[in-house]
Design a protein around this ligand. Structure first.
Ligand SMILES: [Zn+2]
Length: 484
């Protein structure tokens, strides 16, 4: 080795050992450089994204796996105050399907100010969101390249665990207090996505991801013009920016004093009992009800809605009403999240789930998904899922009770929905197809069609939303007999 080679080798070693930045530093530098440079990002105070897009209807669509029902999003304005960690998203969404609240556009305002998350209703009244939603929104504030990188520049968050995915994509974990998220960048340093983990009452552990595309220059900073939100593999929203601005005046985004106090923890579920006929009870209270049916040697429950707490309270009440018979069966009317949030608690309680064949895979999926972030009762006490299915119809009968489950065919609310008919009591138990009370009943005509098509002799409609109603009320609301 001659002296010149030795010097060159020493220089190379020195560069490798002393001046090569840590992978975390390199990750930040590459991302900041790709977006316009550290000092430009550090100087930015506000960001506005205006655009339009689509919201999907995860957990409320026609079939469990479907993504066919969408809301058109217009007037989307997202204002971000980088200095004070505040954000306000305003959008108008118009259902492009038979929505239960009707076809009119709805304006939504969702805001976060530091650790406080709140909504503002159309009357301008703010209300603090529930604890889990608040936690999610505090983390999702960082689901934008600028908010996430700015927090690292300001030393409000730390970066760790840089790894390469595939050949040239890198990921790193960010931590800020109790919040954590993961950023993925391209070989050129452009942020491709930001994701974080959270707990969903129906799905358990989920990854919420925002992806970024179509970067465009705005006042010296590259901003993604296309943003897409996902929960695991399900796309939940898409926004295409039509105008973006840096450092414009946003007005006051501070949380109003009315929402400063922590929301009261939800009250324990109340279960009100109403006798509907011999061996039939409505277990109501809050917004979602269940029905209890007594056979000669066992009990059947219809729907386990809202939450684990509500379902456990409903099961306890059922056992108190008929203490000498076991509660063996749960009929799950349809797959929607609000009507299945207690399904796992019912599985834990040993109930066999009976549902439409089209929901089978989804029920199995919900019963076995991991719930490690917030272990529920089924996660703590793994129980076997027993499931039985119904296609067009199925009868459950013994000497004291007959229940016929029918598919509510062609209903625009859900493709895989069941209703329960009790021929002896002339009672029809159904949910969502007809909820006495609200002015808009987009699914009632189809329910009436299903009743007439099967020549069911119904005196009483028992809805699992709203109050019990005579059959005449359904006929009136559905606009008379419409068979075809
Ligand atoms: Zn529903």
């Amino acid at each position: 080795m001659n002296s010149r080679t030795l010097v060159a080798t020493m220089a190379l070693l020195a560069a490798n050992s002393c001046t090569a930045p840590a992978p975390e530093q390199q990750f930040l530098t590459d991302a900041l450089t790709a977006l316009g440079g550290r000092s430009r990002i550090a100087a930015a105070k506000t960001l506005v994204i205006e655009g339009k897009g689509v919201n999907y209807n995860l957990g409320q669509d026609m079939r469990p796996e479907a993504a066919t029902q969408t809301f058109e999003v217009s007037g989307y304005v997202r204002k971000i105050d980088l200095t004070n960690r505040r954000q306000r998203i305003e959008q108008t969404r118009t259902p492009r399907f038979a929505y239960f609240q009707g076809p009119q556009p709805q304006t939504q305002i969702q805001a976060v100010d530091g650790d406080i998350a709140f909504n503002v209703n159309p009357a301008g009244e703010p209300s603090r969101v529930a604890a889990q939603a608040e936690q999610d929104r505090r983390v999702e504030w960082y689901h934008h390249p600028i908010t996430a990188l700015r927090s690292a520049v300001d030393s409000a968050s730390s970066v760790s665990n840089v790894r390469t995915v595939g050949t040239d994509v890198r990921q790193a974990d960010f931590t800020s207090g109790d919040k954590q998220w993961t950023m993925t960048i391209s070989a050129a340093g452009l942020p491709l996505s930001i994701s974080s983990r959270t707990s969903h009452p129906n799905l358990g552990d989920v990854v919420v991801t925002t992806t970024f595309a179509d970067y465009q220059d705005t006042s010296g900073i590259k901003l993604p013009a296309r943003l897409t939100g996902k929960v695991d593999e399900f796309t939940t929203w898409e926004i295409n920016a039509t105008r973006q601005a840096i450092d414009t005046d946003l007005g006051d985004l501070a949380a109003p004093s009315a929402v400063a106090a922590k929301p009261a923890s939800p009250a324990a579920p109340n279960v009100t009992v109403q006798v509907l006929g011999e061996g039939v009870w409505l277990l109501s209270g809050q917004s979602h009800h269940s029905a209890l049916i007594e056979f000669a040697d066992h009990l059947m429950l219809i729907d386990a809605p809202q939450s684990e707490a509500r379902t456990l309270a409903v099961i306890a009440k059922a056992k108190a009403i008929v203490p000498n018979k076991s509660l063996d069966e749960l009929v799950t009317t349809h797959h929607h999240f609000d009507h299945t949030a207690g399904l796992r608690a019912a599985v834990y309680s040993g109930l066999t789930v009976i549902t439409h064949a089209g929901n089978k895979e989804w029920v199995e999926h919900m019963a076995r998904r991991p719930h490690t972030l917030q272990p529920d009762i089924l996660a703590k006490n793994v129980s076997r899922l027993n499931i039985e299915t119904v296609d067009g119809e199925r009868e459950f009968t013994d000497q004291s009770m007959t229940v016929r489950l029918y598919h509510v065919a062609g209903n625009p609310h859900s493709d895989t929905m069941l209703m329960a008919y009790l021929p002896r009591q002339r009672i029809l138990i159904q949910v969502d197809a007809f909820s006495p009370g609200p002015a808009v009943q987009p699914y009632a005509a189809n329910l009436l069609e299903n009743i007439q098509k099967r020549n069911l002799r119904v005196d009483t409609i028992v809805p699992l939303h709203g109050a019990v109603a005579p059959m005449a009320e359904l006929v009136k609301v559905a606009g008379g007999a419409k068979t075809n």
